[in-house]
Structure formats: structure tokens, C-alpha cells
Design a protein around this ligand. Structure first.
Ligand SMILES: Nc1ncnc2c1ncn2[C@@H]1O[C@H](COP(=O)(O)O)[C@@H](O)[C@H]1OP(=O)(O)O
Ligand SMILES: [Mg+2]
Ligand SMILES: [Mg+2]
Ligand SMILES: [Mg+2]
Length: 395
């Protein structure tokens, strides 16, 4: 409560500041950009936030790419919830947090992020922290635009822990999954650095860095080799559409749109690579009811949302096993990329995802994304299959 009250008072203060200086801020790249705004409306532009988010995600992507290239077994730990976490998860979170927070007045930055520094503060965590700090500093040093002193281990811990916000329905909060799809990352497959922005409980901007996603369509699976660059960056902000560009900047942003397929028999669907993350027997039933003929495109992480936003697949079905609670950082960036590309993301009741409730998403069984035309028929197939599911397998 106290935190929220403090946040709100900053928020009000910043409204005044923003009104006075908004004109001066536009287009000045070398100056610090504070981008507080009073209310969510179609007239509000989140362009500057997307610029900041893009810079942060690119920086973190470089660290992740470097770790994935030389991934060593001892660089993977298992968290208490049995999900793997690597030095890259921590390093990515530290870099995004550091990169964004330096643009904000002290104490006014809020971020809801997956990782925390607890394990790194133990004796066992000391060498891991050492390695993360080294990776963070190497990445910063490799960026010619950043002329800053190296971060200390304490700076890195602090940056990671800046992700401890509870989010909620008031004010502005960044939402970060530093590596979404850690299992895919460890396997050498798809993963994403997913960064969203909440304004009064609504996702208003999002950037998805997908270092292993080819710029060409993966409708027929991920090609083994390609002349197109690998590494995509999707971005979107409220009312401004969604774009894709190459992560390395060699291909400029171009608008993306979800598939316009209206006939489910011609539709393709995507889902988790990991069968432990989604009930693939249920999704196969749903696909059967819809008459989908093609086999699913199975890839890790929110890269699925990016791929869908440019039409590589028409439907995304995600039905975690009983007891799993979805987190906001696993969907915030992906959801706005899809909606700004003309699609919809909803739960089994047909409701849009509610990001205003804190760190978790409270939703009615499963997450579905598709185009607006197909929503009713997909929803009805989902509801039919859920009803027919054996009680023991139900959520
Ligand atoms: N048991 C689980 N069920 C569903 N999702 C999970 C489970 N464990 C981890 N996840 C999260 O699912 C997402 C990736 O799923 P997928 O690749 O199947 O779409 C990630 O956010 C991953 O977390 P993490 O960010 O730690 O990788
Ligand atoms: Mg994780
Ligand atoms: Mg995740
Ligand atoms: Mg993660």
C-alpha cells in the first residue's frame, strides 16, 4: 500500500513535469527521456517508451546470444519451482532494468519482472553473481553508445531487484520476462526477451526480442538454413500498430498483420514446444473440431506471439496443466503485439487478459489468440472440448 501511495504521488508530480517539457523532449536522443503521462487514451503516444524498450531489449539480447553461444552446463541452475534459470536470465534482467531505470528520476521507476537476487546473495551464488556481473559489463562495454563506468556486483543485484514491483491497476509499470522460454534457450532453440509497459492496468506498449527467430516465415517450421537474417524484434504500442525489424538493425521496421484466414480448415496453429507447458491432447482435440489439417508449429516462448502477429500461424492455443498460474510477464508484450497486429488474445470465457491484478493473470482456463473473424468459432471449439474433457484432466 505504502509503495503504491508513493508511486502515485510521483505519478502526479510527473504529470506536471511531462506537460511542461513534453515538447522539449521529442527527438532529443542524447537527453534523458522521462515519459510519464496522465491517462490512457488513444491520443497518448507511447513511441518514446518503445524507443527505450527497444534499446534495452537489444542490449539484453546481445548478452543472451553470447551466453547461448557458449552455454556451459554449470551456467544453468534450477529454481525452487523446477524451472531452469541461467546466468543469462539474471544478466538480461539486470541490463533491461539498468537501461530503463537510468532514464527515470530516482525512485520513480517500477518494474514487475520474473527474477530476483535472493539465490545470488548466498555463498553458493557468489561465483554466479561474479559471472553475471562480468557478462553485464562486457555487454555494456561492447556498446559504443554507452560510455559508463562498469557496474559493481551490488549494482547488478540492485538492478535485478528493481523488478520486484507488484504492478496493479494504478500508474506505470514495466513488465519483463528477461528470458521467456528458458528451456528453449538452454536447448539452443527459440526464446524471447519480453518487455511490456502497463499504464493504469492496461498494456500500452511491448517489445519482443526473438534472437533465434528467422525474419522469414516459419509457417512450415523453423528452416535449418536461410539467407534471411535470424533475430527479430517485434514492437507495438497502443493505437500505433505492430512492426517487425531485424534484431541487428539491418532490416528496418515494417508493419505486421495477423493472418486473414477465415476458413479453419486452412488454418495452422502454434503451441508450446514443451508438452509439460500445455495440454497437447486437448489442443489436438480443438484442432480436430476446427478441421485444422496442418500439424502444429511448436516453438518455445512468446516468439509464438511474434510469429503469429506476422501471419506464420493463425491460432495459438495454450492450456497449462492443472495448478499452473500464468504470470503477466509471460504474455504482456506478446499480447499487445498481437492486438496491434489486428488479432485478439483471450481466455476460455472469451475475455481479454486482465493485466491489472498484480504479478499473476487470473483467467478462465487457457489462453487463445487468433484473428477477429475466427475468434467466435475458435472459442466455441475450445468451450466444447473443455466441456467434453474427462473430469480428472480438468483444471
Ligand atoms: N509448468 C509450466 N506450465 C506452463 N508454462 C510454464 C511452466 N513452467 C514454465 N512455464 C513458462 O512457460 C513459458 C514458456 O512456455 P512455452 O515456451 O511453452 O510457451 C515460459 O514463460 C516459462 O517460463 P520461463 O520464462 O521461466 O521460461
Ligand atoms: Mg523462468
Ligand atoms: Mg516466461
Ligand atoms: Mg523467464
Amino acid at each position: 500500500m505504502l509503495k503504491q501511495a508513493l508511486h502515485q504521488s510521483h505519478y502526479l508530480h510527473q504529470q506536471d513535469w511531462s506537460a511542461i517539457t513534453s515538447r522539449a523532449r521529442i527527438g532529443i536522443a542524447s537527453r534523458k527521456v522521462w515519459s510519464w503521462r496522465p491517462v490512457v487514451s488513444m491520443a497518448t503516444s507511447y513511441h518514446e517508451d518503445v524507443v527505450l524498450a527497444t534499446r534495452a531489449v537489444r542490449l539484453a539480447s546481445r548478452l543472451c546470444q553470447s551466453v547461448q553461444r557458449g552455454l556451459l552446463k554449470q551456467e544453468t541452475q534450477t529454481k525452487a519451482d523446477k524451472s531452469p534459470v541461467t546466468v543469462a536470465d539474471y544478466g538480461s534482467q539486470a541490463l533491461v532494468s539498468w537501461s530503463l531505470a537510468r532514464e527515470y528520476p530516482s525512485g520513480s521507476f517500477s518494474m514487475v519482472a520474473e527474477e530476483d537476487s535472493e539465490d545470488l546473495r548466498t555463498e553458493e551464488g557468489a561465483p554466479v553473481l561474479e559471472r553475471i556481473t562480468q557478462l553485464v559489463n562486457e555487454t555494456i562495454a561492447s556498446d559504443a553508445t554507452l560510455d559508463v563506468a562498469p557496474l559493481s556486483k551490488e549494482d547488478v543485484l540492485e538492478a535485478i531487484d528493481r523488478g520486484n514491483s507488484e504492478g496493479g491497476s494504478n500508474g506505470r509499470h514495466w513488465v519483463l520476462d528477461p528470458i521467456d522460454g528458458t528451456r528453449g534457450f538452454v536447448r539452443g532453440d527459440q526464446y524471447a526477451i519480453a518487455l511490456g509497459l502497463l499504464d493504469n492496468g492496461k498494456v500500452v506498449a511491448g517489445v519482443l526480442g526473438c534472437p533465434n527467430l528467422p525474419m522469414e516465415s516459419i509457417a512450415n517450421g523453423v528452416p535449418a538454413s536461410s539467407n534471411e537474417p535470424v533475430g527479430c524484434l517485434f514492437s507495438a504500442s497502443l493505437g500505433a500498430g505492430a512492426t517487425v525489424e531485424s534484431l541487428d538493425g539491418s532490416v528496418k521496421p515494417k508493419p505486421v498483420h495477423v493472418s486473414s484466414v477465415e476458413d479453419t480448415t486452412a488454418a495452422t496453429f502454434c503451441e508450446s514446444y514443451e508438452s509439460a507447458h500445455s495440454m497437447q491432447d486437448l489442443t489436438a482435440n480443438i484442432a480436430g473440431v476446427l478441421g485444422v489439417k496442418a500439424p502444429p508449429v511448436r516453438i518455445d516462448s512468446q516468439a509464438k506471439y511474434g510469429a503469429m502477429a506476422r501471419g506464420d500461424a493463425v491460432i495459438y492455443l495454450r492450456f497449462p496443466h492443472k495448478g499452473y498460474r500464468e504470470k503477466i510477464w509471460d504474455h504482456a508484450a506478446g499480447a499487445i503485439v498481437i492486438t496491434e497486429a489486428g488479432g485478439e488474445v483471450f481466455d476460455a470465457a472469451g475475455e481479454p487478459l486482465d493485466f491489472s491484478r498484480g504479478r499473476w493473470l487470473d483467467l478462465e482456463t487457457g489462453i487463445i489468440a487468433t484473428n477477429k473473424k475466427l475468434k467466435p468459432v475458435v472459442l466455441s471449439a475450445v468451450q466444447k472440448c473443455l466441456k467434453e474433457q474427462k473430469p480428472s484432466a480438468k483444471h
